[in-house]
Design a protein around this ligand. Structure first.
Ligand code: FES
Length: 105
């Protein structure tokens, strides 16, 4: 099974993208989701920073950062560090999209 990758945009002037990436990594560790076993196969959850994801309206021009989760291809926008716990618990843990943060990629 493929690993899951979260790419967080850090192209803002502020440090919000880096803070979101850091908060996600901390939450993944805290919630014990560094790797999960789905249908007997091991899948890791990895967080990386990246450049502009082309959804700047919900990133650079807003209060938070944008990120994308692969392989699902789900985009989240205006994400703040305090949202990390929800994304990790709901999306990575339960496999449910966090609707209030979803944007069109
Ligand atoms: S600056 Fe973050 S998506 Fe463009």
């Amino acid at each position: 099974m493929v690993d899951r990758h979260l790419f967080v945009c850090t192209n803002q002037k502020s440090e919000v993208g880096r803070e979101v990436a850091k908060a996600l990594k901390i939450e993944i560790k805290k919630q014990g989701l560094k790797s999960v076993t789905v249908k007997g196969e091991k899948r890791r959850n990895r967080v990386q920073t990246c450049n502009c994801l082309d959804v700047c309206k919900n990133c650079k021009k807003g209060p938070g950062a944008a990120l994308v989760v692969y392989p699902e291809g789900i985009f989240y926008g205006n994400v703040k560090p305090k949202d990390a716990a929800d994304i990790v618990h709901e999306h990575l843990g339960e496999g449910r999209v966090v609707k209030k943060l979803v944007i069109e990629g």
